[in-house]
Unconditional design. Structure first.
Length: 448
């Protein structure tokens, strides 16, 4: 209504020729106003969509996975199971209760009387208890506690692996997002080249063959956008599986970019930190302690237990008490086999500890060298190759538009630029993944 009113005023206030000119100006201004209003509405719509999208960072993603991943929650129940076994190990033997009655006149019912019950029949009632020797209960409890400590370290190691998997998949999402953004920008830029080529073709500046070659090249850009969009969607699905489907909504996205983070620590410091903090190595150390507890328990089990019984007896009108004690004679079975087995198990645990130490040192060294290698590749691209590829593309494009370069030269420079940009993004993602691998090898999210 506002634009119509302006146009009508313009028609009434001016001469026919100037009214035509004013009408053109008014229409141009109205179109500008409408365009600005449409742009504003699109921005509001985009902001609303962005507000509805849940964004999570890497640290938040790891925390969510540790809290909601069902596999790790199932693994944590092993600790509770071991703690339940501690309760069992600390239990004392149950006492036993015995009762008997003798000389009951079952086949002479007429003899049942109070005198017969008091003077003829015999009644016994007794209570017995197994007295454990060698501190068996204390040894069982200590062995169970040591087993729980090993399990707790193993669960922590499973959490370390989960954190790495989340970090690795998070980087995959960042790579897919960066590749998608580049593909969309590249498609938009090349679309402008196609539009210019069409104008040149219409003006007769280029041949139809060259125009078709440029237009067909647009298909590759459109395909890249579709492939990148699919890669990002699949990467988000895989990340959501690690986080737990109930932990995040379906329209969640990641917060962050592919970025280079230099490493300051040296190999020796990281290896020393890994030996202090790697949970699998700590589990191996605790395994040696648990094996020693098993030896102590086996020796305690070789001690002979004593069964004591107290009986109350009523016979022929007399009441009496008896005390009994019984135990096995340790002539043949002194638990020799179990003692020998646990000693070999201790040797096994000690060798496992040494193997775990070697594994930690190797893992850190391999991850460190992989990070250095990826660092060199990233530096190669950052030192000038990316700029050279972009300059080559721009020069070839300018020269082709000016008629100083062939179409093949221009398309080849465009392909080289795209390949360099994609390779650089892949190099950054590989570097970030190698960084996550080094964190996993050290066993800490914060490297020295």
């Amino acid at each position: 209504m506002g634009c119509s009113r302006i146009l009508s005023i313009g028609r009434k206030a001016s001469a026919p020729r100037s009214a035509s000119l004013d009408l053109t100006v008014m229409r141009s201004r109205c179109f500008q106003i409408l365009a600005l209003a449409g742009t504003f509405l699109l921005l509001l719509t985009g902001a609303s969509v962005a507000q509805n999208t849940t964004l999570i960072g890497l640290d938040q993603a790891i925390d969510m996975a540790l809290a909601h991943n069902h596999a790790i929650k199932a693994t944590r129940t092993l600790i509770l199971q071991n703690q339940a076994q501690e309760i069992t190990a600390n239990l004392r033997p149950n006492p036993s209760l015995g009762f008997d009655s003798q000389f009951i006149p079952i086949f002479s019912p007429g003899d049942f009387s109070s005198d017969d019950l008091n003077l003829t029949q015999q009644f016994d009632i007794g209570i017995g208890y197994l007295f454990e020797r060698g501190h068996k209960r204390q040894r069982r409890l200590q062995a169970a506690r040591d087993a729980t400590a090993v399990t707790r370290a193993q669960v922590t190691d499973a959490e370390r692996t989960l954190a790495f998997n989340v970090g690795q998949q998070f980087v995959s999402v960042l790579l897919a997002e960066s590749t998608l953004q580049f593909a969309q920008d590249d498609l938009k830029g090349f679309q402008g080249t196609v539009d210019i080529a069409q104008a040149q073709f219409n003006a007769g500046a280029i041949s139809e063959a060259d125009y078709l070659k440029i237009k067909l090249q647009l298909l590759q850009f459109q395909t890249d956008v579709s492939s990148s969009r699919l890669a990002k969607a699949q990467a988000l699905v895989s990340l959501r599986q690690l986080l737990g489907y109930d932990a995040v909504p379906a329209n969640f996205d990641v917060l962050g970019d592919l970025a280079y983070q230099p490493l300051k620590a040296n190999l020796e410091d990281m290896q020393a930190k890994a030996l202090r903090e790697r949970p699998d190595f700590q589990a191996a150390l605790l395994g040696v302690t648990a094996a020693q507890s098993q030896i102590g328990l086996a020796k305690a089990n070789s001690k002979v237990d004593v069964t004591g019984t107290y009986d109350f007896t009523h016979t022929a009108g007399q009441n009496s008490a008896s005390i009994f004690a019984g135990f096995d004679l340790p002539i043949f079975n002194r638990n020799q086999g179990e003692i020998a087995r646990t000693r070999y198990a201790l040797t096994q645990a000690q060798e496992t500890q040494q193997s775990a130490s070697d594994q930690v040192m190797s893992d850190v060294a391999n991850a460190y060298e992989a990070l250095r290698s990826n660092d060199e590749i990233v530096q190669l691209y950052s030192s000038g190759y990316l700029k050279q590829a972009e300059d080559s593309r721009d020069i070839s494009q300018y020269a082709y538009k000016a008629g100083a370069a062939s179409l093949l030269d221009f398309l080849d420079a465009e392909r080289s630029y795209r390949a360099a940009q994609l390779a650089y993004r892949q190099a950054l993602a590989s570097y970030m993944t190698a960084f996550e691998q080094l964190k996993q090898a050290v066993g800490a999210r914060n490297l020295p």
